[in-house]
Design a protein around this ligand. Sequence first.
Ligand code: C2E
Ligand code: MG
Ligand code: MG
Ligand code: MG
Length: 279
Amino acid sequence: DAKGRGRNRVRFFNQHMQVEVTERTVLTNRLRQAMEKEELYLAYQPQFDRRQGITGAEVLLRWQHPDHGHYAPADFIPIAEATGLILPIGQWVLQQSCRLLADWAKEPGCQHWQLAVNISPRQLHDAHFVEQLTAILQQTEAPAERLLLEITESQLLEDTELALKHIHQLAAMGIRFALDDFGTGYSSLQYLKTLPLKQLKIDASFVRDLLQDSSDEAIVRTILALGQSLELEVIAEGVETAAQFKALYQIGCRQFQGYYLARPGTLEQLYQHSPSHPG
Ligand code: C2E
Ligand code: MG
Ligand code: MG
Ligand code: MG
């Protein structure tokens, strides 16, 4: 009867939830150990200018677990966020990134390359974030102007004042900021006015159907126009095909990132995309 089925459904739902909770606990424990076991590493996805020359790379966190294999950032970053583990992990990402920037500064072929590093809301709101990043820059002697921190609109929503204070302090040190996944969050034009931004990243979701969907094209055009009038760089994410690249170029986009040009890979792979690579 219906009542019986209802009860079964409730029990099934609870078991399902139980499985999820257990998986989350397992994942949290594994993530706790991931750093000391050196299971985390970084991938680098090149970013390109209009002539398809490299301007730098976005740093993307990777986790290779010995039993499970790869965990996707979409699965473990929310857990790192919720548990606070993103703080030490994010520190490590910044440390590695600044070391690399310092190395590049000595290489004629890639002196001008920049590194884009994703920053989570938890980091941006952390009371020690500014002082820790200052220390990393001093230790590594990385050029601050080559560091591009990627933030999202949604992360500015909670305790905006503190986040803005940190952003302005870091910008005063020469660090640059990009607004990631632009157009997908609670886009407030107010942010564009108040933030010391260098770059807008057109979200991949607008690039995907650019050729089929005229509203996506209209949105991309609008973001490009916005960038031009506010004197911000605009980069398109998730460029997967030659046709998308051409269409973006035709409507005025001059910076690109995506599988069509290069997938995230090792440093060696990054250097292979550049005629003047150091490696
Ligand atoms: P994101 O910052 O928007 O990064 C771009 C994502 O799109 C990356 O996924 C990249 O591998 C993927 N991608 C690049 N080109 C293409 C393309 O042509 N087609 C498609 N379909 N995808 C493409 P990934 O590496 O899985 O990272 C997912 C998200 O995880 C990132 O989105 C970012 O929000 C977060 N993330 C990654 N690394 C870090 C990190 O070190 N710290 C923090 N806080 N978040 C990170
Ligand atoms: Mg990003
Ligand atoms: Mg993005
Ligand atoms: Mg993102």
